[in-house]
Design a protein around this ligand. Sequence first.
Ligand code: LEU
Length: 85
Amino acid sequence: MSSYNISLSGPAPWGFRLQGGKDFNMPLTISRITPGSKAQQGNLIQGDIIVAIDGVSTEGMTHLEAQNKIKSASFNLALTMQKSK
Ligand code: LEU
C-alpha cells in the first residue's frame, strides 16, 4: 500500500480528530478534518491511516498514547500516512 509523509508546522491545534488504536482493535485513522486548519492545508486526508508519529510506529499504540504523542509535538508534527483506499 502506498504511504506518504506529512509535516505540519506547529503549534497545535492541527485540526484533526483521531479514530481507532490498539485498544479499539482498529487502525489509527483520521476521523475528521477541520476546514481551513493546518491539517487541511497540509493535505491530510480523512480516513487515511497513521503509520507513524514523529518517526515512532503507531503499531501497538492505544488511542490515548497516540493522542498524547501528537499533543507532545509543538514545533512540528511529522506523520507517516497510508492511503485507506
Ligand atoms: N485535536 C487535536 C488537534 O487538532 C489533535 C488530537 C489528535 C490530539 O490539535
